[in-house]
Each structure stands twice: as structure tokens, then as C-alpha cells.
Design a protein around this ligand. Structure first.
Ligand SMILES: C[S@@+](CC[C@H](N)C(=O)[O-])C[C@H]1O[C@@H](n2cnc3c(N)ncnc32)[C@H](O)[C@@H]1O
Length: 336
């Protein structure tokens, strides 16, 4: 195959605004989130180039058990998962928030070895991640059909539906669903349902409830990588919105609420201070020890997942857990 023909099997589509950084939604999120009480910022803005790199490091930390558990599921049960979906007809494997697709690559390897006809669609809000993944896949699987999508979840899915009616297996791995508050998670699953047909399936990776100490340590590691990841959000605001956050005047704090199953991360202002955001022409005041809520990572029971699925017109068709029952990949079937 000539290099030209090889390249044509891959395409990169960027649906995100690229020219004006303020259009990314960051400016609006900062303006709203830092004007309210309690202050908050959306975790979707963690993933600039540096944030994505730091997240790769988090996934390798001994405390961050999530990747290892889900990796075990997709490694040991990949054949069963693909069999449950049914891969005889051509389909699209859509990875929502693909990141480095570490675990998805286990499915890709299996599908390639079975000579399955499929198109891989990694979708991520971080264009750099998608481009990087495309390069890597090109080198490993030069004949794999890949459409890299830099987009927000629903926006990307909408675009895909407009392009092709092909059957889809949506992956929503890595406990991404946990970043939504429970009401938002249900809303999101319902919104996906409206964009799917009964032949499609969704595989959702869910971090299950477990020893609260183990959960807390996963978000407050000894080496301080999660702290750097959290603080990088302020660095991003400094870079993209010309703000003057002094990073050393904020500290990372993480707590787990075992009643709600809520792992929450914050950035705490260590002293009274004012921060000016030039792009917004706004100054925000912080009291000593005031918190900015930056991330939710909700943990679920299987009962909660069944309830949420039923509320959005899905049936739990199957589910796959690791040997410790700490993590589950749930296969959802849209009901007609
Ligand atoms: C926790 S990582 C998980 C990555 C991968 N799925 C895994 O299981 O290892 C979350 C990924 O979702 C992406 N992401 C976060 N919010 C997003 C959004 N609203 N739309 C699209 N991608 C998003 C991030 O850039 C990041 O790569």
C-alpha cells in the first residue's frame, strides 16, 4: 500500500473552536464559577496539553487503582464483551473521552486479530490527545480506519449521526461518568439514549463503592501528581485568559463522602487574596481557606446503575467486573 492510501484511512475532525481561546467556554466557566458561592470550575478544563500529560502520570500511580482494575476487565474479558455486542456486521467503535485509549487498544487489538470490519472513532475535548493517538495508531495499525474527533461528547455524537447510520458501540470508560453529579450523569445517559438506536450499545466504566480510604488516596497521592493536575487548572487560566493566580497560594484538597459516594476535589486559597483575569476584565476575591470545587468523581453501587439505566430507557444487558469487584464495565442496551 502506498503511504498516501494508508494516510487516507485516517481523518482528523476538529469541531471545537480553535481560533479564539475564549470560545472554548473556559472564559464563561471562570466568569460564572468564580462569581458564585461556593466557587467552582468545571473539570472538563483540566485537559490542556499539560493536564493530559499529568493525567497519564496519574494513571501510572500505585494509588490510582481505577486504570489497573478496568485494564484487567478489558484484558481478560475482551472476547466476552465483543461477543455480547456482536461484531459480525460493520460498526463504529466510538470512544467518548478517549484520552490515550490505553484500555480501548485491548479491544482494537482483539478486533484486528478477528479481522472485524469496524471504524474507530476516538473523541476527546483535547485535540492534542486525539492527534497524538492518531499518530500512534497509524504506526501500529496502518490499515485501521480511524476518525479522530476533537469535540465535546454530545456534539461529537451528533456529528457522527449526521455522517453515518452505522451501528455503534459507544465506550465511556475510565469512570468518566463519575465526573458528573448523579443527576447530571442520568441526564447525560438519557441524552445519549436519544441519539442512539436499539441496535447500538454503550459500555460504561463505573468505579464501584469500596474502602473509603482507598478511594481518597487515589485522589491525593503521596507524590503530589494529582495536586499538580488540579493546580494546573489555574495555570491554564493564567495562560489562556491572562490571569494572575499565584499557584503557591492555593492547595489541593480531596475528600470522600461515603454516604453520597462522592469523591470531591478542591483548590483552597491559603490566604485572603484577589485574582485579576485580564481577558474578562474582572477581579475575584478569595477569603482565607475559601474553596474552589474543581472535580467530582462519584462512586456507584450496581443497584444505582440499574436504576439510572432504567430511568433512561436502557436495559443492563451484561456487566463485567474485575476480580476484586472494585470496578465494572456495564453494557447498556437502548430499549425501543
Ligand atoms: C478520566 S480521562 C479518561 C480517559 C480514558 N477514557 C480512560 O479510560 O483512560 C477523561 C478524558 O475525557 C476527556 N473529556 C473530559 N471532558 C470531556 C468532554 N466534555 N467532552 C469530550 N471529552 C472530554 C478528557 O480530555 C480526558 O481525555
Amino acid at each position: 500500500m502506498t503511504p498516501k492510501a494508508t494516510t487516507s484511512l485516517q481523518q482528523f475532525i476538529n469541531l471545537l473552536p480553535t481560533n479564539d481561546q475564549k470560545d472554548s467556554g473556559l472564559a464563561q466557566d471562570v466568569a460564572q464559577g468564580l462569581s458564585q458561592f461556593p466557587k467552582k470550575l468545571s473539570s472538563k478544563f483540566f485537559y490542556d496539553a499539560r493536564g493530559s500529560q499529568l493525567f497519564q502520570q496519574i494513571m501510572e500511580l500505585p494509588e490510582y487503582y481505577l486504570t489497573e482494575l478496568e485494564h484487567e476487565i478489558l484484558d481478560k474479558q475482551r472476547k466476552e464483551i465483543l461477543f455480547a455486542f456482536g461484531t459480525q456486521e460493520p460498526f463504529q467503535l466510538v470512544d467518548l473521552g478517549a484520552g490515550d485509549a490505553l484500555k480501548t487498544k485491548l479491544l482494537i487489538k482483539e478486533l484486528v486479530s478477528q479481522q472485524t470490519d469496524f471504524n474507530f472513532v476516538p473523541l476527546d475535548i483535547s485535540p492534542r490527545q486525539v492527534e497524538h493517538l492518531l499518530e500512534e495508531l497509524q504506526a501500529t495499525y496502518p490499515t485501521l480506519k480511524v476518525t479522530g474527533l476533537a469535540a465535546e461528547y454530545v456534539q461529537g455524537l451528533q456529528w457522527l449521526n449526521e455522517q453515518s447510520p452505522a451501528r455503534k458501540l459507544l465506550l465511556f470508560l475510565g469512570s468518566n461518568i463519575g465526573n458528573f453529579a448523579p443527576g447530571e450523569a442520568q441526564q447525560f445517559l438519557c441524552e445519549l439514549r436519544r441519539k442512539l438506536s436499539p441496535q447500538d450499545r454503550v459500555l460504561v466504566g463505573v468505579d464501584l463503592r469500596k474502602d473509603p480510604e482507598k478511594i481518597r488516596r487515589a485522589y491525593d497521592d503521596a507524590a503530589g501528581v494529582t495536586s499538580a493536575f488540579n493546580l494546573n487548572l489555574l495555570h491554564r487560566i493564567n495562560q489562556e485568559l491572562s490571569a494572575d493566580f499565584a499557584l503557591e497560594q492555593f492547595q489541593h484538597f480531596a475528600e470522600y463522602d461515603p454516604v453520597e459516594g462522592a469523591m470531591r476535589s478542591f483548590l483552597i486559597s491559603k490566604q485572603p487574596q484577589e485574582v485579576h483575569v485580564q481577558a474578562l476584565q474582572q477581579t475575584f476575591s478569595f477569603e482565607a481557606w475559601e474553596a474552589i470545587h474543581t472535580e467530582n468523581s462519584y462512586k456507584y453501587s450496581l443497584r444505582q446503575i440499574h436504576e439510572m439505566a432504567a430511568a433512561c430507557q436502557y436495559e443492563v444487558e451484561d456487566y463485567f467486573t474485575d476480580t476484586t469487584h472494585g470496578f465494572a464495565d456495564i453494557l447498556l442496551k437502548p430499549l425501543p
